[in-house]
Design a protein. Structure first.
Lengths: 237, 237
DNA sequence: GTCAACTAAATTGTCAACAATTTTTAGCGT
DNA sequence: ACGCTAAAAATTGTTGACAATTTAGTTGAC
């Protein structure tokens, strides 16, 4: 049950969005890849209207770009876009973490600690899919616990974008933020030290950004069916 | 040509969104008002699919709430939502104004100065519609000039929400932020004084928020046709 | 061989009828 | 009159066929 679930009541649409997002962060769907409506319809066994709705949501999230009358592609954020996304995340998350320092209950802190433990476990067993998911979820959790619905919504948009950016520009080294930095943030929250929590968050996000190669921009395109590893019938040659 | 124009290529949909937004900030469409699809279809002389798309966009923007299978209403943000919206705006706009202090060209500053002049003119001639529109546009202009597309998009969401909130909770007194405070912000930008610009923006937004009555919550509902003052045929009694 | 115009295929965009759901209304017994 | 049930009306949600647009392919002149 991925954390980026949109507010849509329709399960199929959420599933489409989630699968595409997952394929992107796993780098099986590269930026620029074409997303044909009919193809997605076959893969997910649904109607074109549904696919269309899902693509519309994904465009809002910044994960795909829709060229009118020309179809949808995985978005290709430039270096500028990447910097903007991190800049916005910094602004929002500094506020969130500060807020949480004031309002966090013992239960909230336990939830966060438990989450970090999960992260560590996933890290230990080399489950990179879980690592990526949990890593993003940590930040979403802070937003959720701070209780601001709107800030959560905004952060969701930003997290999706930075995920795409990370998948696009990441070096072979650190794929995601390690649990240690999350731990330091949690420690500051627990100590109710707003300044330190804010500083740790800043450091963490800056670390994430500088771990990218924001100079070159390789952008190959990959096949859609393989990326979504669907069991839909391959087209007979 | 309203400033909140969404990225939609379709003119009709933009028009629907703009007219509804305008009716809301003018307080002719009150929060909670029902938005029936068929009614909107008649009013704007379009198809239901178009109306549906427009409502979907407006929901994303936070201006309407769609209750599944039950229809759409003008959103009714609570006090919590209002505080969140201003909190997010503060986070984003502090960053924007700081950024603009560094990057503003002489032309940018002239643009802003000209805009404030327009605000003053509208204020002088008592054109409250223009005052509301220009007042919001000033903040959007700062985002636009700072060159961050993503931050502009986020601020657009937030500005729409705070407009709704202002329309909902405003006292009879100050309807919008006066041009004077905008002037102070511009002065700080021109002086390249990041700290002061940030402070002025903070003060401005806090002033906006405290000018509201965030305790009571009157929410009458008004008629749809009259609010949009359409020339669509009234239903014969 | 290159380019242009033209035709055919593939793809997206739109619509109007149909289905599902909710709300209102009417009926009925107590 | 009140509460309950069931039909009827009103409203939203969905689907599949059709229209418009773009892309690819073909032909033919130079």
């Amino acid at each position: 049950m991925p954390w980026l679930s949109h507010s849509t009541t329709n399960d199929v649409i959420n599933q489409i969005c989630d699968r595409i997002w997952l394929a992107v962060v796993q780098r099986t769907l590269r930026p620029g890849a074409r997303l044909k409506e009919e193809e997605l319809t076959e893969i997910f066994g649904t109607t074109r209207a549904r696919v269309r709705q899902a693509l519309s949501i994904l465009e809002q999230d910044g994960l795909v770009t829709i060229y009118p009358n020309r179809g949808a592609c995985i978005a290709e954020p430039g270096v500028e876009d990447a910097q903007d996304a991190f800049s916005a995340r910094l602004a929002i998350e500094q506020r969130l973490v500060t807020r949480l320092c004031r309002s966090a209950s013992a239960e909230d802190i336990a939830t966060l600690r438990d989450h970090i433990a999960q992260e560590r476990a996933a890290h230990a067993r080399g489950d990179s899919e879980a690592v990526i998911r949990l890593s993003g979820e940590f930040h979403m959790l802070i937003a959720k616990l701070s209780g601001a619905e709107l800030l959560l919504k905004i952060l969701r948009m930003l997290t999706i974008r930075t995920s795409l950016i990370t998948a696009m520009y990441q070096t072979q080294a650190t794929q995601t933020c390690g649990p240690d930095e999350h731990d330091r943030i949690l420690a500051a929250i627990e100590a109710r030290d707003e300044t330190r929590a804010c500083h740790e968050m800043t450091h963490h996000l800056e670390h994430l950004e500088t771990a990218l190669r924001l100079s070159e921009a390789p952008m190959p395109v990959s096949g859609l069916r393989e990326a979504l590893h669907s069991m839909a019938p391959k087209r007979a040659t």
